[in-house]
Design a protein. Sequence first.
Length: 352
Amino acid sequence: MEILLVVLIVVVIGAVFFVNTKIRELKGGSSVDMIKADVTELNRTVMRLQDSMGDKLERSSANVQMSVQRQLQQSAKLVADVTERLAKLDETNKRVVDVATDLKTLQNVLQNPKQRGVFGEYYLESVLDNVLPPKQYQMQYKFKDGKIVDAVIFLEKGQILPIDSKFSLENYNRMIEAGSKDERDRLLQKVKADLKGRIDETAQYIRPDENTMDFAFMFIPSESLYYDLLINNVGVSSKDLIEYAFREKRVIIVSPTSFMAYLQTVLQGLRSLQIEKQAKDIQVRVGKLGQHIGQFETFMQKLGSSLGTTVNHFNSAHKELGKIDKDIVKIAGADNSVNAMLLDKPTETTRE
């Protein structure tokens, strides 16, 4: 619209300039009528130009309005899309915050030794619950002197397998975060000493006089700590902690992964014992069945003897009947009417 106004102003200025030029040319005797005619024609030209400019302005305004409307629609769609994405982003941020809160809570739990112990026991119970039947294990088992082990597995003949959860992390975390090699080596010795102490504590639950097995499990609910345990030595000794635990203390150290494998072995052993028990029960029942068969055979032999006696009596009676028939034939002079029909005695069979 600004361009059209500029054009219109230029046209008007040109028209005024043209009129002034004509006035100068007609000074001193020019006709006023000619000036009026030119002015009238100029007015007509200006009116036509005004009408033309009005039409163009109207069409341009309509085009601008349609363009603005399309832009508004696209902007509204874009705003709606951005709003939806922001809502999803806000929901994602909330989930991230929740996860961060849970991780912070877990970190706080693991920083507290007592709560960390509870976490280790809970982890241990979860593993046992996923592998063994509920009646095959017990948490917080108390010995005669009042000491409590975290869990036991019940085996054949009343034997129990003690399991204790140990989770020493203070010096281990400091060792991981140590900035110098000397500090790391110093803390490494403390970590070894901590683990050695936990091994000695677990060994206290091996009590054959209370029907425990001659070994125990030490459950470490940390794969990274278990890995370091596999590759480090106890103090200046050349024996690693795993060897020290098993050979000297009869303690088997396990992580969540290796413990699952051990439990599968124990479960398979329990199933084998159950199968053996069922096989013995079947053997006892088969023995009783053999006794019943022997008694049945005795009864059958007695029945056979009785049947043999009955057959003898039957045959004897039939023979006597034949004799009577002969006497009747002699007296009456008729043919024999009774044929001797003898039965075979049942044969005796011997049991193989």
